[in-house]
Design a protein around this ligand. Structure first.
Ligand code: FPP
Length: 233
């Protein structure tokens, strides 16, 4: 990943979220089982998150497993969970504060415990890596409202909702990158994406490189973000 020119970023780009799509197709095209696509996907996830941290991105969120992904064949689900388990074993030296966002109640208790330990161990990391696992944005919003209702809130503000989401404390993503060619958000960060810039690429996740990240970032900086206002004169 070391290239001579390192792209420069500033405070306008603090948080990038990735929808890591295309592992299955990447494997199919090589006549390999889908599981090997996910394996390669994890290697690329490590490279890309390290690269983003290196260039100064403070917050990264990745969509690792959605609430709908349980519908996949059991063998594939198991392989993704195993990869996560291996990641939790290996990444003890991760210097980012790793947070898992999503509903952990359906996870294997041993995996959930490893997650808890990693979150505890990396608590003081200088940057943030959110891993969305068993995550669905509508469920997250419903969960947030239920939390507020349980706390007796009657007049709910936007700030109350932000604070009750899994992403509490994280700024909204400035840029959401989806690989794999589909042009949709797939129940990812629906509330948080209100003003995010969206970047879609046909590149399959396992083919994603730091150069592709640079292209997405350059595209981000070419856009005018007005947040509903007008251009500054
Ligand atoms: C989408 O590709 C990818 C997933 C549903 C799983 C992504 C998971 C990983 C990369 C592993 C995550 C692990 C860590 C440690 C974060 P797809 O299978 O939908 O691809 P397709 O659209 O080509 O079928």
């Amino acid at each position: 990943m070391d290239r001579e020119k390192v792209i420069e970023i500033d405070d306008r780009l603090q948080h990038i979220a990735f929808i890591m799509d295309g592992n299955g197709r990447w494997a199919n095209r090589r006549g390999m089982p889908r599981e090997l696509g996910h394996k390669k996907g994890v290697e690329v996830f490590t490279d890309i998150t390290e690269y983003c941290h290196k260039i100064g991105i403070k917050y990264i969120t990745v969509y690792a497993f959605s609430t709908e992904n349980w519908k996949r064949p059991q063998k594939e689900v198991e392989s993704i969970m195993k990869l996560l388990d291996e990641y939790l074993d290996k990444s003890a030296s991760e210097d980012a504060c790793v947070r898992f966002i999503g509903d952990s109640s359906r996870l294997d208790p041993a995996l959930a415990e490893k997650i808890r330990l990693m979150e505890e161990k990396t608590r003081n990391g200088t940057r943030v890596l959110n891993v969305a696992l068993n995550y669905g944005s509508r469920a997250e919003i419903v969960n947030a409202f239920n939390k507020l209702a349980a706390a007796g809130k009657r007049e709910i503000t936007e700030q109350d909702i932000c604070s009750a989401l899994y992403t509490c404390g994280c700024p909204d993503p400035d840029l959401i990158v989806r690989t794999g060619g589909d042009l949709r958000i797939s129940n990812f960060l629906l509330w948080q994406a209100a003003y995010s810039e969206l970047y879609f690429t046909d590149t399959l996740w396992p083919d994603m490189t730091s150069k592709d990240v640079d292209l997405a970032i350059e595209d981000f900086y070419s856009r005018k973000r007005r947040f509903g206002g007008l251009d500054k004169k």
